[in-house]
Design a protein around this ligand. Structure first.
Ligand code: SF4
Length: 197
């Protein structure tokens, strides 16, 4: 388990290890797909990341608490497989989506949006995730170990200190490889997925 302020640096320093681990996970994703489609794949990935977070002690060190949403003001990239499952879950459980916010988010490039418009459209009024059980892998990898006060001041600090695991990131790489094997080469953005609802 490593302590990093930047996910890009962590990826660069551990590329080979992450790729090797992802290659071991990939066949398991194909098996999960054969048994239970996209739902089987995402169930496996999400349980895997949650278990790694627990067994490495990351969960115990995490200072995030219900209502913390500092990390939910950024562009959320997800795999096609996860996008499919989230889209279906929102429809099935009739989870309300702030359509006006989604429209504002899709009107211009994400980095040019005002801070408040970068708020994830799946956050409720109390700062809780409306799709917590189905939230994508990338959200499961953000575990701040900073004093929560650091997170409450609208990004006055460039990034919170977080812990990363090679295994957790390997799941994301395996998911992208799985998408490619299924003929989907691009990453999806949550705000684009939500605009299709
Ligand atoms: S999906 Fe949920 S956890 Fe992820 S950014 Fe949106 S509100 Fe936050």
């Amino acid at each position: 388990m490593n302590k990093e302020r930047n996910i890009g640096d962590f990826l660069k320093d551990n590329t080979k290890k992450i790729k090797n681990k992802a290659l071991l996970i990939l066949p398991v994703l194909h098996e999960a797909f054969a048994k239970n489609g996209s739902q089987g794949v995402t169930d496996y990935c999400h349980s895997y990341i949650d278990a790694i977070n627990d067994t490495t002690g990351l969960t115990a060190k995490t200072s995030c608490a219900p209502g913390c949403h500092f990390c939910c003001y950024g562009e959320i990239k997800l795999s096609y497989t996860e996008a499919t499952v989230i889209y279906s879950a929102i429809k099935q459980f009739m989870i309300p989506v702030d359509k006006q916010l989604v429209e504002r988010q899709n009107r211009k490039p994400y980095h040019r949006l005002k801070y408040m418009n970068k708020r994830c459209a799946m956050l409720d009024d109390k700062g809780k995730c409306k799709i917590y059980l189905f939230r994508p892998s990338v959200c499961r990898l953000y575990n701040s170990t900073d004093d929560p006060k650091e997170c409450n001041e609208q990004h006055k600090v460039p990034d919170t200190e977080t812990l990363r695991t090679i295994e957790g990131l390997a799941v994301m790489v395996a998911l992208m490889e799985f998408d490619k094997d299924q003929g989907n080469n691009k990453k999806y953005m949550l705000q684009k997925v939500l605009s299709k609802l």
